[in-house]
Design a protein around this ligand. Structure first.
Ligand code: TA6
Length: 318
């Protein structure tokens, strides 16, 4: 999209979304785009150059705070799941973030133009449930090739000398054609905690993961690259991560889908959550210390059977 007056490319547009909630649209020259709501600093859309949506957003998603938005990429912080005293998945996903007026520079400067810096800081309200001072900076970048990069920088700004601990996930909802035709590569033979079996620890079998029932597992100490292969769509999602040792895989299947008000009964067939996460060993930050957690998502055309892009090759390359 170019600006009406100058005809110049608009890489970052500040606008209003559903229910007037502020959102930012990122665009790239080839036509890719991404949308980020300041509510929850949540990416709710990521489209390729053909305008095809790559993230799942429920048709029943409510954009009504304090309810979290069902779909896209919610951020779970400072608590993943129910691992602690806070509400499920912590509070970052149902807080109003600000545009960061003065983000500290990144070590490596990138040519990217389509990015936004958001910030969430401690509040008196949150201090009642999580008594810590912190700064959470998030940069969301849409690369020229359409890749989506998310970098979180969390700093402990406590003045009482106290460290704090947290768990974390980028709770990404990938849009897929048919859950029964999808495979995930990169998690074979790993240990995982099964949240459907009281977090009991198991070891995954040797083949790619496929889906035929509800799944809710946290794979531990995974490789930094994971591939999600959507055969029907001849598309492979590559997830690359840094500072996030674990990966959560979730699909509610039919019963949970029916039982979830902001989720369509059959929508479980068109989504799969694969989350770059840190859930097994919480991160501890002393005052003044900063943690960084990054994920990069790409959607590449693939025709697994023709080996044009063998996910194993994808996992081994670059
Ligand atoms: O990440 C998987 C999970 O923890 C599942 O247990 C399921 O509850 C899902 O998150 C969705 O959680 P939400 O709080 O968004 O309904």
């Amino acid at each position: 999209m170019s600006s009406p007056s100058s005809g110049e490319m608009v890489f970052v547009e500040h606008t209003k979304g559903v229910n007037g909630l502020p959102k930012v649209i990122l665009r790239e020259v080839r036509g890719c785009s991404a949308e980020v709501y300041l509510y929850g600093a949540q990416v709710t859309s990521w489209k390729n150059e053909h305008g095809e949506e790559l993230l799942f957003l429920s048709s029943k998603a409510t954009f009504k705070p304090p309810k979290a938005i069902r779909g896209g990429i919610p951020i779970c912080f400072p608590q993943f799941g129910v691992q602690g005293s806070l509400e499920q998945h912590g509070f970052a996903r149902n807080r109003h973030w600000m545009v960061d007026p003065d983000p500290p520079p990144f070590l490596t400067c990138s040519p990217n133009k389509a990015f936004i810096d958001l910030i969430l800081k401690h509040s008196e309200e949150d201090a009642k449930i999580w008594p810590h001072r912190y700064e959470f900076r998030l940069r969301v970048t849409l690369g020229p090739g359409g890749d989506l990069m998310m970098t979180s920088r969390i700093r402990n700004t406590n003045t009482d000398g106290k460290p704090f601990m947290f768990t974390f996930s980028y709770h990404t909802y990938f849009a897929i054609t048919d859950i029964s035709e999808v495979r995930v590569e990169g998690l074979e033979t790993l240990d995982y905690l099964d949240y459907l079996k009281n977090k009991e620890r198991f070891t995954e079998q040797g083949d790619a993961i496929t889906f035929e029932a509800e799944v809710d597992k946290a794979y531990l100490s995974t490789p930094t690259k994971i591939a999600i292969i959507d055969h029907e769509r001849k598309r492979t999602y590559e997830l690359r991560k840094d500072g996030l040792p674990d990966a959560v895989v979730w699909n509610p299947w039919d019963k949970k889908a029916k039982a979830t008000p902001d989720f369509g009964d059959n929508e479980y067939k068109q989504m799969l959550c694969v989350e770059a996460a840190c859930v097994e060993k919480p991160i501890t930050l002393k005052p003044g210390e900063e943690w960084r957690g990054r994920q990069e998502l790409s959607a590449v055309p693939s025709s697994y059977c023709s080996g044009q892009l063998d996910p194993q090759k994808a996992l081994q390359s670059s």
